[in-house]
Design a protein around this ligand. Structure first.
Ligand SMILES: CC(C)(COP(=O)(O)OP(=O)(O)OC[C@H]1O[C@@H](n2cnc3c(N)ncnc32)[C@H](O)[C@@H]1OP(=O)(O)O)[C@@H](O)C(=O)NCCC(=O)NCCS
Length: 236
């Protein structure tokens, strides 16, 4: 049976249980896979990166847990994102952009590819300009969604996103953002959750790492999208 759980304090004690799926996300998600394919000695660095994101993150992680097999079948990791103004005011909440990839001991080529990926994702966020467009200075960013191929296409990804949105709503944020780098996530966000596309950015024009994107991705989805969902928050 799959149980949808919220890991808040559990992040600190159980983060290792998320590792296999996080690694498979990096290897399986089309754009991320183009970052890692030539690296051989990055596993420890990636593990440290997962540790930092999970243990030092500020938002609960939504976990799909297989109670019979006692293993994680999928998870959704989120983070708050802020406008420049809010950052200047010195918010206590962490921001995804603060991870310094240079400190994880990745091989040089991996670092170059990671930097290109981050630059592309930053460009997507900046050009989408959601803070000005929607007059907010913080948003809940849905960031990493991973379902094990063993549990795929059974509605688990949709359940994880639904729970993530429920948490966002409870937090009182009025805007949720997401990036879709492949057609499956784009399909889910639009069909089941009414996300609207704010910007579509072509990989060929904007991605410094373009040559490493797998050919089937280039053909089937030549761009990434920035999406938002406006949350209706009940007033007290
Ligand atoms: C994308 C992903 C999270 C989907 O999880 P999932 O549990 O299989 O999704 P669901 O069963 O809830 O399916 C939701 C919809 O997406 C479609 N879908 C999911 N995976 C698909 C795939 N590999 N190919 C085609 N369609 C897919 C389903 O058919 C369904 O749409 P439908 O109801 O119109 O048929 C999962 O495949 C995954 O982890 N992929 C690798 C990482 C990734 O790409 N993450 C998203 C980017 S952040």
């Amino acid at each position: 049976m799959i149980d949808i759980q919220i890991w808040d304090e559990e992040r600190k004690t159980r983060w290792r249980e998320l590792l296999p799926l996080w690694h498979s996300f990096w290897d399986g998600e089309p754009i991320s896979s183009g970052v890692w394919s030539t690296a051989e000695d990055y596993t420890q660095g990636r593990t440290n990166l997962v540790y930092d994101r999970v243990v030092n993150g500020t938002l609960p992680i939504v976990v799909a847990y297989d109670t019979e097999k006692a293993k994680v079948a999928g998870f959704l990791w989120s983070c708050f994102i802020y406008s420049e103004d809010k950052k200047k005011k010195g918010s206590e909440k962490s921001n995804n952009g603060s991870f310094k990839f240079e400190t994880y001991g990745f091989p040089k080529e991996t670092l170059t590819r990671l930097t290109a990926l981050r630059e592309f994702m930053d460009k997507l966020t900046t050009m989408a300009d959601v803070f000005n467009k929607f007059s907010v200075d913080e948003a809940w960013g849905l960031h990493t969604l991973s379902v094990s191929p063993d549990y795929g296409k059974k509605g688990i990804g949709t359940q994880l996103l639904a729970k993530g949105l429920e948490l966002a709503k409870e937090s009182g944020v009025t805007l949720v953002t997401a990036e879709a780098t492949n057609r499956n996530s784009l399909h889910m966000l639009k069909k089941y959750f009414n996300f609207e596309t704010v910007l579509e950015l072509s990989y060929a024009e904007h991605y410094g790492n373009y040559c490493y994107i797998p050919d089937d991705v280039k053909q089937l989805q030549p761009s990434a999208s920035a999406l938002v969902k406006r949350m209706i928050v009940a007033r007290m």
